[in-house]
Design a binder for this molecule. Structure first.
Ligand SMILES: [Fe+2]
Length: 302
C-alpha cells in the first residue's frame, strides 16, 4: 500500500537498484533533540514511494562513545526497538557501518557484534562482523570498518581484504563501498586521522576503489551532504540523519539541513536526491561514469 503523502522515488532506468543511504544521528537516548531530528528524517523516509530495496546506514547510529556495555546495549535497544521499529528489516535489509561513536573501543566492538547478528561474517579474520560484503544480484556492497581498534582506532582502514573482495566480485556490474569516514575532506574538515581517514591509508584505499571500478564511496561523519569526483569515481557524504553538531562542538561551521539520500543506480549511472524532514527534495546529484558529476539544486533554499 502506498504511503500517505508519497514522495516519488528516483527509479532505475531499466535493470538497476533503488536504495536509501543516510547516517549520523548519534541517537539511542530518549528525549533528546537528536532523537526528535532522527524521527523527523524517518517520517520523511517512510513517505518514499516505492520504498527502497535496501537501506545503507553510514555509522554513528547511537551516541555511544563509552565502554559501558549496559549503556551501549540500552542505546542500541532504543535505536532498533523504538526509533527504527517502523522498518521491517526482513523486507528491507539495513546494512550498517561501524563508526567513531558506535565502535570506539573493544567493548563497543563486542556489543556491535551482539547487536548486528544479521550481518555477514565475511570480513578480515580479526574484523568479522565489523567489515563485510553482500551481493544483491549484479550489485556488490562492501562495508569497510574505518574505526578498528586493532589498527589505530577511528579513521584507519585496511585495504588488502577490500581489494580481494572487489577482485573476487569483478563480475558485479555495480560496486558500492561504504565506510564512516570520508577519504577526501568535506567542508574544510581536513584533519586526518580524525575528520578524514589517515592520509596514507585513505590514498591506498582510493587507488583500490579506482582500480577495481567502484562506482562510489559512500560515507558520513561530517554533518553535511557533499559529492566529489576524484580519479573518475565518486565520494558521496551524507551526515544528515539527526546529529546537530560535531562531537565536542568541534564542527563549528554553519549547519546544513537534516536529510536522507534516496538513490537510483542503473546502467547509465547513479542519481541521488536529498530529502529533508519536511519531505522536500533539496539537492540532486547525477553521476555518469566516464562523463562526470552533474550537481543541481532542486529547491532554491538548499
Ligand atoms: Fe562520526
Amino acid at each position: 500500500m502506498p504511503p500517505q503523502n508519497p514522495i516519488p522515488a528516483l527509479l532505475a532506468r531499466g535493470p538497476g537498484h533503488q536504495f536509501v543511504v543516510y547516517g549520523d544521528c548519534c541517537s539511542g537516548i530518549p528525549g533528546t533533540p537528536f532523537e526528535a531530528n532522527f524521527a523527523a528524517v524517518n517520517a520523511a523516509l517512510r513517505r518514499i514511494d516505492p520504498q527502497p530495496e535496501f537501506i545503507l546506514f553510514a555509522g554513528d547510529h547511537i551516541q555511544g562513545m563509552t565502554d559501558d556495555a549496559p549503556t551501549l546495549r540500552s542505546q542500541w535497544r532504543h535505536f532498533f526497538e523504538r526509533e527504527m521499529a517502523w522498518l521491517d528489516r526482513k523486507a528491507v535489509p539495513f546494512y550498517s557501518a561501524t563508526s567513531n561513536h558506535n565502535t570506539c573501543n573493544a567493548v563497543s566492538e563486542a556489543v556491535w557484534r551482539e547487536v548486528f547478528t544479521d550481518l555477514p561474517r565475511n570480513g578480515p579474520p580479526e574484523q568479522q562482523g565489523l567489515s563485510y560484503w553482500v551481493r544483491r544480484g549484479d550489485l556488490l556492497v562492501v562495508v569497510a570498518n574505518t574505526s578498528f581498534t586493532g589498527l589505530g582506532g577511528q579513521a584507519h582502514v585496511e585495504c588488502a581484504w577490500l581489494d580481494r573482495v572487489l577482485a573476487e566480485n569483478a563480475d558485479a556490474r555495480h560496486k558500492l563501498v561504504m565506510g564512516h569516514h570520508p577519504i577526501w575532506p568535506v567542508n574544510g574538515y581536513t584533519e586526518a586521522p580524525g575528520w578524514c581517514i589517515e592520509r596514507g591509508q585513505g590514498q591506498a584505499m582510493w587507488r583500490v576503489l579506482v582500480a577495481r571500478g567502484v562506482t562510489a564511496y559512500l560515507c558520513s561523519h561530517i554533518i553535511a551532504f557533499d559529492a566529489q569526483e576524484h580519479g573518475g569515481i565518486l565520494q558521496l557524504t551524507t551526515g544528515g540523519a539527526g546529529t546537530s553538531y560535531g562531537p565536542g562542538g568541534f564542527m563549528d561551521g554553519p549547519a546544513e539541513y537534516h536529510h536522507f539520500v534516496q538513490a537510483a543506480l542503473d546502467g547509465q549511472g547513479l542519481r541521488c536526491q536529498t530529502i529533508d524532514p519536511q519531505g522536500r527534495a533539496r539537492e540532486r546529484v547525477e553521476w555518469r561514469p566516464g562523463a562526470g558529476l552533474v550537481q543541481g539544486v532542486v529547491d532554491g533554499d538548499a
